[in-house]
Design a protein around this ligand. Structure first.
Ligand code: CP
Length: 312
């Protein structure tokens, strides 16, 4: 693996290796070994053209816990506002010696372009590109599911996962559908017809418009953020109607099987796609997802930068 651009590129073996390596990284953190020397002397650049809390901080924490040097670049306040292109920004960062570039960009395909055009010699990790993919989010979701449903080992064969809400704008949904399918899980996308993408019939999953029909038969339900910043009002019912038909609330929590868990990638719109009591319930593993994100990103940086050949 040279780059991590899309979960659609991962084989089952590569995905399980990433999850197993993340378990090993998490174990080091639990033993209070806060810092590993593995990436000493390497430089990781966080190149963020879109806002982020979880992903940016998590990649920074992951790189630092592997002893890498970290350069944080936010487009806001940089020469991007003067018209500098991605190519020239990447060349500038390369001149400072980037071994890995973690990129979030509003344009779908920007990380692929960075990698394919050779604008950086470093490994490229996609931290979310437009409405396309968010592979490390899907990996941390799979890691969290594997811990709850499979004791943290192997794949997710046979697990039933509903992904609910604004699928149209969700890079999290697309990355999860590909990864969960590769790991053997059965995914059902639940959304209003206007919030399912064109061509979804070709995705390796089922679709439904009726959340109440799906909930009693799942092992996990993943609520998606309604992306107001990308939304065309014509696609969206009123907030009240959306919540009534597609929101997870206390009544719908009770419809889930006893063992089922609730995920959300964050940030949440409390009261819209998820009620406060659902978000804060004992079934919600939302903060575990955040914690697990650091171990998963440590694993991704470690495998990409060392090929798994240096001791972690
Ligand atoms: N889940 C996620 O990508 O969150 P941030 O936008 O805060 O990084």
């Amino acid at each position: 693996m040279r780059h991590l651009l899309s979960t659609a590129d991962l084989t089952r073996e590569e995905a399980v290796e990433l999850l197993d390596t993340a378990e090993a990284m998490a174990a080091t953190q639990q033993r209070e070994i806060k810092k590993l020397p593995t990436l000493r002397g390497r430089t990781v650049v966080n190149l963020f053209y879109e806002d982020s809390t979880r992903t940016r901080i998590s990649f920074e924490a992951a790189a630092k816990r592997l002893s890498a040097d970290v350069i944080n670049f936010a487009a806001k306040g940089s020469s991007v506002s003067k018209g500098e292109s991605l190519k020239d920004t990447a060349a500038t960062l390369q001149a400072m010696g980037a071994d890995a570039v973690v990129i979030r960009h509003p344009a779908s395909g920007a990380p692929h372009r960075l990698a394919a055009a050779g604008w950086t010699r470093g490994a490229v990790l996609n931290a979310g590109d437009g409405t396309h993919e968010h592979p490390t989010q899907a990996l941390l979701d799979a890691f969290t599911l594997r811990r709850h449903l499979r004791d943290g080992a192997g794949d997710l064969a046979g697990a039933r996962v509903a992904i609910v809400g604004d699928v149209l704008h969700s890079r999290v949904a697309r990355s999860n559908v590909h990864l969960l399918d590769t790991l053997g899980a059965h995914v059902t996308l639940v959304a209003p017809p206007t919030l399912l993408p064109v061509g979804v019939e070709a995705w390796p999953c089922a679709t439904s418009f009726a959340l109440d029909d799906v909930l009693p038969d799942v092992d996990a339900v993943m609520m998606l953020r309604v992306q107001a910043e990308r939304m065309n009002a014509a696609f969206f019912p009123s907030e009240r109607e959306y919540s009534r038909r597609y929101g997870l609330d206390a009544r719908r929590l009770r419809a889930l099987p006893g063992h089922a868990v609730v995920l959300h990638p964050g940030p949440m719109n409390r009261g819209l796609e998820i009620s406060a009591d659902a978000a804060d319930s004992t079934r919600a593993v939302i903060l575990e997802q955040v914690t697990n994100g650091v171990a998963v990103r440590m694993a991704a940086l470690y495998l990409l930068l060392t090929g798994g050949e240096e001791a972690a």
